[in-house]
Ligand binder design. Structure first.
Ligand code: DC
Length: 221
């Protein structure tokens, strides 16, 4: 049997990481680990406090929060303190504050430790912003997935429309550009392509084409 690889996929918001990573994981028989969901989980719990969002408030929820990702049948369930928040972490309110949450050292330390534990057994495909550069620098395959900001905003807009949100394309483009900036310019583990990562620009590519290229990089046909 082929060696069970550790695959790291990084890239900006809306590049299609989770969609293609989930499909690739399914075809490889690997576990998919969505690290963005973990930062969203901390953001969700912060909002539950019903207080103005400050760094202090965010840090106050970190010591006790239990974040768990369960992956079965190609689907990820995100649990916070035992509650299923898989849908609740995808709201615009959570998206709006998640970069503020993700820039704080104690948040990242706790999440990165969990992520490394999850990857320890191999046979995983993990996506995020700092997976190849920081979380799993020894990953077997490193991919930096991106697309133009216009295309990324359009994809997110279609996703939000399908969920019944009425945001405009301009609002989403603005939101994505702001998150790109915050995620790339933060002090700790900013979003950047690892030197040994392969760049995969998905602008104009179909989901299947992207998945096929990822499988090829993992030595599959
Ligand atoms: O992939 P996503 O949009 O669900 O990620 C949510 C936020 O979490 C994103 O704005 C950046 C942050 N993030 C991070 O800092 N490091 C990761 N490994 C994954 C996500």
């Amino acid at each position: 049997m082929a060696k069970k690889l550790v695959v790291a996929i990084d890239g900006p918001a809306g590049a299609g990481k989770s969609t293609v990573a989930q499909l690739a994981a399914k075809r490889l028989g690997y576990t998919y680990i969505d690290t963005g969901a973990m930062y969203r989980a901390v953001a969700w719990k912060t909002l539950q406090q019903k207080q103005p969002v400050t760094d202090e408030l965010i840090l106050s929820v970190v010591p006790d929060i239990v974040v768990d990702l369960q992956y079965a049948d190609g689907q990820t369930t995100v649990l916070v303190d035992g509650t299923d928040v898989s849908q609740a972490i995808r709201t615009p309110e959570v998206s709006h504050i998640v970069s503020q949450v993700a820039k704080l050292g104690p948040v990242r330390e706790k999440m990165v430790e969990l992520q490394r534990q999850m990857a320890a057994r191999g046979g995983v495909l993990m996506d995020g912003r700092d997976i190849a550069t920081h979380v799993l620098p020894n990953a077997d395959v490193k991919i930096f997935l991106t697309a133009s900001v216009e295309e990324r905003a359009r994809r997110r807009w279609q996703e939000m429309q399908a969920k019944g949100y009425t945001m405009t394309l301009e609002e989403l483009q603005h939101d994505i550009a702001a998150r790109d900036k915050a995620d790339s310019e933060r002090e700790i583990s900013p979003l950047r392509q690892a030197e040994d990562a392969v760049l995969l620009d998905t602008t104009g590519l179909s989901i299947d084409e992207v998945v096929d290229r990822i499988l090829a990089m993992c030595g599959e046909k």
